[in-house]
Design a protein around this ligand. Structure first.
Ligand SMILES: *Cc1c(COP(=O)(O)O)cnc(C)c1O
Length: 387
């Protein structure tokens, strides 16, 4: 290991996220055969704990869970391929880069796709969404729960309810929020909810996770050309046996078994959600005292898992890159923000937006240390932009 000189930075980016020592250590647990009884010892509790984290009542058959080899994007594309029929429209509701990604996936898979986009930093507005549904009459609607490029969280319970009123299937991307909040799955009742391991679950990347409602399973049976690994029904055949369709990363499976057990049975879900809410409030209290910097997301739509911060006028992405190196020297990995959005904002003459990830297993004490280290650097950047 030492031959490679890897820096052990504390990650405050929006994914991948910090890994607890116990989860790192679980990486040395034994490898196993994924069609052997040893597989069940890992995946039976993994599936059960994922259901618990999503708030699915024990024995409830409304939702089934699939673990995809890949990541969150793998689930998003699988949903498009399996759930959007050729003769219908998919409406891709977007409040930023990850909403746009789902639209792109619909287009490159040859689906009839329309995008309904809210400006950078805005949340889904229900009245506008109703008008868009009225106009497009889609069969399927994609929505981002937490838009990681802007730090904006949408009210998915209200959004999904509205989409269902129009007779469409709501699909939700919850990649950067699941594991940090109660996602209220049973209330929102999306046809599919997607997430992945490397964000608020505090694990390395490698699995995409899908909660699939029975309405989606029934729908997939009527959709042509679902592919193979992208087919929800093929995936489901293995998931029902607590397996993955193709060979899983067994190191990650061991770590995931340990981590989900810790989340559900040691830390406790309520405590985990409360810790995330506390870090959001901690950040808000801190930001109020930092001259010139402000929230990018509107009040009421700020994520407990990450925060996007608008820098003072004159702060360019280049200056943020310099700041990133200063933070690296202090042992932290700083997030300079979503590059494509910052390029756009710079072209408009607007200041750059950076992000602070505070999800997974980061603690308020770790966040406090990070903010203490960051504050003088932010002042330097502000002064440099002024002169
Ligand atoms: C990170 C992220 C993705 C992409 O997830 P991968 O696991 O990297 O494929 C999709 N959507 C959102 C909201 C994200 O934050």
């Amino acid at each position: 290991m030492s031959a490679f000189d890897f820096a052990d930075l504390e990650l405050f980016i929006t994914g991948p996220t910090y890994i607890r020592p116990d989860v790192r250590n679980a990486g040395v647990l034994p490898e196993f055969g994924h069609r052997d009884a040893e597989n069940d010892k890992r995946f039976v509790p993994i599936f059960a704990n994922l259901r618990a984290l999503a708030g699915i009542p024990a024995g409830c058959g409304d939702y089934e869970v699939i673990l995809y080899n890949g990541s969150g994007s793998t689930v998003l594309e699988s949903a498009i391929r399996s759930l959007v029929a050729d003769d219908e429209t998919v409406l891709n509701v977007s409040v930023g880069a990850f909403g746009d990604l789902w639209h792109k996936m619909a287009q490159v898979n040859g689906k009839k796709a329309r995008q309904y986009r809210f400006g950078w930093g805005r949340a889904v507005d229900l009245e506008s969404l109703a008008a868009a549904l009225e106009e497009s009459r889609p069969g399927v609607v994609t929505i981002t729960h937490n838009e990681t490029s802007t730090g904006v969280t949408n009210d998915i319970v209200a959004c999904c309810e509205l989409v269902r009123e129009y007779g469409a299937l709501p699909l939700v991307d919850g990649v950067s929020i699941f594991g940090g909040v109660d996602v209220r799955l049973m209330e929102a009742m999306p046809a599919l909810y997607a997430t992945s391991t490397q964000k608020a679950l505090g694990l390395p990347g490698g699995f995409g996770i899908a909660f699939v409602h029975q309405t989606a399973i029934a729908k997939a049976e009527k959709v042509a050309n679902r592919g193979y690994a992208s087919d929800i029904l093929t995936q489901l055949g293995r998931a029902r046996k607590n397996q993955t369709l193709t060979t899983p990363n067994t190191t990650l499976a061991n770590q995931m078994c340990v981590q989900l057990d810790y989340i559900v049975h040691t830390e406790g879900m309520e405590n985990r959600f409360a810790r995330h809410a506390a870090m959001r409030d901690q950040l808000a209290a801190w930001l109020a005292g930092v001259d010139g910097y402000r929230f990018f997301a509107p009040e009421g739509h700020r994520a407990p898992t990450m925060t996007a911060i608008e820098a003072p006028a004159g702060v360019t992405p280049t200056r943020l890159k310099t700041l990133k190196e200063a933070m690296r020297a202090k042992g932290f990995l700083f997030d300079t923000g979503y590059m494509k959005m910052n390029d756009y904002l710079e072209a408009e003459g607007r200041p750059a937006v950076f992000r602070i990830g505070h999800m997974g297993d980061l603690t308020p004490a770790m966040l406090a240390r990070y903010l203490d280290a960051l504050e003088p650097e932010l002042a330097l950047v502000r002064e440099a932009a002024r002169s």
